[in-house]
Write a protein that binds this ligand. Structure first.
Ligand code: SAM
Length: 362
């Protein structure tokens, strides 16, 4: 941890000391204990980026020429990822999502899924992908124990898809989705589209039709200031409320579905009961108060918020021989300092995150 939060650090009672008092203090074995931050948010959800590389170059995420990739030696091995995941499930994490970059470009990704699937206490193992390699990997992923999936898809029109991703591969993504449908153990299938003003409006009804025709939940996620090019502007954010208004005006009313308190998405069913859509509105309706997520980057840094300026190094201590107990202590300390909220809406005060979306793991 660098500077931010150091003033608060003094106020946080040593969590590990508290845990030592209530748990069995067996050296090297993490105690089961609550991973709770200083705003009483119980952390259950871990996003693990397994690579910073991607085979797409989405305009809202990565520059056309790519980014300087992390050296291989800096990237956590599957054994290291599994060890950290085991420690975290020992202290309260119950859901893990693999992401990137593009997670499916990392060699033998199904092997990692198999290793994580075996962790006791893990209730959900999911993956976020651009879908282009699903034709080949959906079956092996299902067989390895993947339980949920999000596929990112911004357009159903070939030229527009290519404009957004800088890759002409819509057909492969749609074929990958078809393949996925053959593996019901991976459910639900969610489709995420980044909502950008001037682009997304044109296909809102087509995506709604997809959600009604196929077993896919379609969700729109507001464009966030996490693009590597730094082109984000508030005017370019098409809000969830605006998309909902288009659907209700041109199609039919939407009926809210009760969601878990920690859910990031506002979920709705179409009034005739056919199809589900959702809106993830981090800009217009921040959900920080119920955020239960932390993120591990491909190079082993823990981020307690998408917009964190600081990170907590796990790779260094792990490679220097830290025990499970010591690594658990770093997690507990980091979570104790989890940011109250992001500051996208605080005007001048907003500072861009220290890395862009593909380097963090969205
Ligand atoms: N490559 C995978 C994929 O395409 O889903 C996983 C990584 S990608 C960074 C994760 C998600 O972040 C994708 O749904 C992507 O659309 C979204 N994303 C990337 N940049 C974004 C931004 N600036 N605002 C909102 N969402 C963004």
């Amino acid at each position: 941890m660098t500077d931010q939060g150091s003033s608060r650090r003094a106020q946080v009672t040593s969590i590990s000391e508290q845990l030592r008092e209530i748990g069995e203090d067996v050296d090297g074995i993490p105690m089961s204990g609550p991973l709770v931050d200083s705003y009483d948010r119980r952390i259950k959800n871990l996003r693990i980026s397994i690579t910073d590389k991607c085979n797409f170059r989405c305009v809202y995420c990565m520059p056309a020429e790519g980014l300087p990739w992390l050296p291989r030696a800096e990237i956590l091995t599957y054994e290291e990822i599994t060890r950290l995941a085991q420690i975290l499930t020992g202290i309260g994490v119950t859901q893990i999502r693999l992401t990137g970059g593009e997670p499916l470009v990392r060699r033998d990704v199904t092997e990692l899924v198999r290793m994580l699937h075996g962790i006791s206490g893990l209730e959900s193992l999911s993956l976020t992908t651009n879908g282009v390699l699903l034709g080949k990997l959906a079956g092996p992923l299902a067989e390895a124990g993947l339980t949920r999936i999000n596929v990112s898809l911004d357009s159903l029109v070939r030229e527009r898809f290519a404009e957004m991703t800088r890759r002409d591969q819509l057909e492969q993504v749609l074929a990958g989705l078809e393949t996925l449908e053959r593996y019901p153990s991976i459910s639900p299938i969610k489709i995420n589209a980044v909502a950008m003003r001037g682009f997304t409006e044109a296909e809102v009804l087509d995506f709604a039709a997809l959600a009604r025709r196929k077993p896919y939940v379609v969700r729109w996620i507001e464009f966030m200031p996490l693009d590597a090019d730094g082109n984000w502007e508030r005017e370019r954010v098409l809000t969830g409320a605006e998309i909902k208004a288009i659907l209700e005006r041109d199609l039919m009313p939407l009926v809210p579905i009760d969601a878990e308190a920690s859910s990031t998405s506002r979920r709705y069913r179409f009034a005739d009961g056919v199809g589900e859509v959702g809106f993830i509105n981090p800009v217009s309706e921040p959900f920080c108060a119920t955020c239960n997520r932390i993120r591990l980057t491909a190079d082993g840094q823990l981020r307690t918020c998408l917009f964190s300026i600081d990170e907590w190094d796990l790779r260094g201590p792990m490679r220097a021989g830290a025990s499970d107990r010591e690594l658990a202590d770093i997690f507990l300390e980091a979570v104790a300092h989890k940011e109250k909220k992001h500051q996208i809406n605080e005007g001048e005060q907003f500072q861009r995150a220290s890395r862009s979306m593909s380097q963090i793991g969205g």
